[in-house]
Design a protein around this ligand. Sequence first.
Ligand SMILES: Cc1ncc(COP(=O)(O)O)c(C=O)c1O
Length: 405
Amino acid sequence: MSQNLGTSKPVSLVCRQGGSLGMGIIYMDNAATSFPKAPGVVEAVAHYLEHIGASAGRGAHRLAREAESLLWDTRRLLANLFGVSEPKRVVFALNVTQALNMALFGLLREGDHVVTTSMEHNSVMRPLRHLERVRKISISLAQADREGVLEPQRVLELIRQETRLVVMNHASNVTGGILPVKEVAKLKGAAMLLVDAAQTGGAVPIRMEDWGVDLLAFTGHKSLLGPPGVGGLCLAPHVQLPPLIHGGTGTGSESHYQPLELPLAMEAGTHNMAGIAGLRAAASYILERGVESIMEYEGRLLEKLLEGLGGIKGVRIYGPSDILERVPVISINMVGMHPDHLAAVLEEGFGILVRPGLHCSPSAHQTLGTFPEGTVRISLGPLQEEKDVKALLQALEEISSQFGP
Ligand SMILES: Cc1ncc(COP(=O)(O)O)c(C=O)c1O
């Protein structure tokens, strides 16, 4: 945490008891990782560790077969969730960062041109900047407006004949604003489209193949409500990608070369089976509850939150005003208070956990005009309750009257 807290007033607010987790805290950092996880996740991880334990594809004994069926079940659920016609085209990785690296390093060659946006996370920007150095790719940045809203035209006008790839967020992890992925997919022409669905998987309906998205990267531990350590990449039927990592797959072991067939071509090394067991439970929960109904529920919380925030003196809200254009991630600042200080007061005074700073997305903050201090990010989840939102609003009211303008 930065030392420059903007004001030297002490944290003198009374700590509230309760909170939706029953531990005296209210967790509102779901954009970093969701907590609590979906019902059934903890049990599923424990069940795998206690009763299965084996690796998928390593051996033909009953526990290896059970692990294999768990792995494929999870692929099927994710294919269903994201609109992928063949489950073998869902390949597992550690997280969305690894999945994005698989796609970027696999697709981009010397001299390629890439279009991306000013709202990207470092998991896109850093590999792109590295490839700019080592493979001499060129990068064009589609600029979003001061609220982080990006017109599809800003992306489309940058696409040229040698553009190999457009890579963009489905929703910003800073403002929660949904980016025009569907519109870009429709009009991008021959360029490939890689979507970072870190903030939307499980929270926004996704039909990747119907939309014309070529590659979709996801992470299991955010809005998918699963454990950390598992994510992946979905490939449209026409997409071929060389592997980022080579090694054992449990198949074709006589060969010194990586198998060509999906998904194993992209999945060298032992899978995170405990994580995958948890993700299966989480994806089942999401499919049963319904992504539309989760979106509706979160939309109602978001509406209450935005309405309340609008009435608090000194609070500046960033991001699109249209509720339908957002996932439940909101960035705010309080006039006269450094974001680190506001977050510290929320935690120490009220037990509310949020995340201040740049959220690994410096160019998004440059776009919003909040660089280098950043914002306070409040991110809700589908297991959050309205009383949590009320508690946050009450806390911010009190903070505004003590520290605000
Ligand atoms: C939009 C976006 N992309 C990528 C990431 C990286 O996620 P992970 O750490 O799971 O790879 C995050 C989360 O921090 C994110 O919000």
